[in-house]
Design a protein around this ligand. Structure first.
Ligand code: PLP
Length: 409
């Protein structure tokens, strides 16, 4: 009998990625404290080189904010580095309790539950929900994030995928199920690769009509939308209509972690049944202290939100005026369609090597094949001068690679 050739299996898995032009190269950087979007890049041989970061999800630069850094320093010296345990066994620090109160209040819910990441919060919550509801069917937007897809798969439930933001299709699928079947509609508020938003009220109307629970991923909206940073559900005055609101602490809040908020009953169930919550060390209290400072700050300040929106609007306009294929985003996300993984990587490589501009190409499976793109996330500290340099660089590269520009807008 032939032995299994493990090396060959691993090598050919990687070869497939190279052939498709979507082998991932991680860019090696260090951000400069307090000076974001400036960073150092360790790519190449000549030591670190200064770059401008255009693809970070630290959307509001809160990861560099004095209050956040100060709170983390203070916590480190007060309580030490780690939590030392799971929430049930020694790791339920007072900072965790306080942050859950703060997050519940942010979304106007009775309770909140912290996880080690947004990914884990989606996976753990959806899989547990699906297991607790007998015969449950989960309705999922086709562009939902991988973490929701994992949770739905791990729930073992039947799932129905509806076309992106298509409430007519969603209704067809809902109407086809028995009235007694438990139903969950899972969707995002801001779709992070398209930059569009869900019709939240229309989805809630359907949930009411067909007696379904609603689950919203507000990862790309918390901190950034609504008067206090409660997300699109706050902005649209819909939070009270949504059963479970999920968010991350690693993007606009600038640190790390994930959470859900909901009524006490649901929080109690997930807390008690979700393995991804139960069997893992709780977040470091140092991280939790940083998040607390960040959430509190953004509840009271709209300066960062307004500056981010202004920066995004300005960049979209500049790219469009230059004839670059900027996608039709209604949010702070600025995607530039390339449509091919090899070109997307090439443009990104040239930007970094020749212009000191860092933007990661976005490939399958993050986006569908044939829709490969560059995704820019301008924030409060990206200046007009940086935007002009970026636009000029892109136009030069488009020309060099013989890509077509639109008629100038
Ligand atoms: C990034 C992301 C997550 C995961 O959040 P992390 O805190 O980074 O694990 C979940 N949902 C969406 C839509 C995301 O983009």
């Amino acid at each position: 009998m032939q032995d299994v050739n493990y090396d060959q299996i691993f090598d050919s898995a990687i070869d497939r990625l190279h052939e498709e032009g979507r082998y991932r190269v991680f860019i090696d950087i260090l951000r400069n404290k307090g000076a974001y979007p400036n960073a150092r890049c360790f790519h190449g041989h000549n030591g670190p080189k200064p770059i401008t970061v255009w693809c970070s999800n630290d959307y509001l630069a809160m990861g560099q904010h004095d209050k956040v850094i100060g709170a983390m320093e203070e916590a480190l010296h007060d309580v030490g580095a780690g939590s030392g345990g799971t929430r049930n066994i020694g790791g339920n620090t007072h900072l965790h309790v306080e942050l859950e109160h703060e997050l519940a209040d942010l979304h106007g819910k009775e309770g909140a539950l912290l996880f080690t990441s947004g990914y884990v919060s989606n996976d753990a919550t959806l899989s547990t929900l699906g297991k607790l509801l007998p015969g449950c069917v989960i309705f999922s937007d086709e562009l939902n994030h991988a973490s929701m897809i994992a949770g739905i798969r791990n729930s073992g439930c039947e799932k129905r995928i509806y076309r992106h933001n298509d409430t007519r299709h969603l209704e067809e699928l809902l109407a086809a199920e028995d009235a007694e079947t438990p139903k969950v509609i899972a969707f995002e508020s801001v779709y992070s690769m398209e930059g569009d938003t869900a019709p939240v009220h229309a989805i809630c109307d359907l949930a009411e009509k067909y007696n379904a629970l609603t689950y919203i991923d507000e990862v790309h909206a918390v901190g950034m939308y609504g008067a206090r940073g409660g997300g699109i559900s706050e902005r649209d005055n819909a939070a009270h209509r949504i059963d479970i609101i999920e968010g991350t602490l690693g993007k606009a809040f600038g640190v790390m972690g994930g959470y859900i908020t909901a009524e006490k009953r649901i929080i109690d169930c997930i807390r008690s049944y979700a393995p991804g919550f139960i069997f893992t060390t709780s977040l470091s209290p140092v991280l939790v202290a940083g998040v607390l400072a960040s959430v509190k700050h953004l509840k009271g300040s709209s300066v960062e939100r307004r500056a981010q929106q202004a920066a995004a609007a300005m960049l979209k306009l500049k790219l469009a005026e230059a004839g670059l294929p900027v996608m039709d985003s209604t949010t702070h996300i600025v995607p530039l369609m390339v449509g091919d993984p090899v070109h997307a990587k090439k443009i990104s490589d040239i930007l970094l090597a020749e212009y000191g501009v860092y933007v990661q190409p976005i490939n399958f499976p993050t986006v569908p094949r044939g829709t490969e793109r560059l995704r820019f996330t301008p924030g409060p500290h990206h200046t007009e001068e940086m935007m002009d340099e970026l636009t000029q660089a892109l136009v030069e590269i488009w020309d060099r690679l013989d890509l077509s520009l639109r008629e100038a807008a």
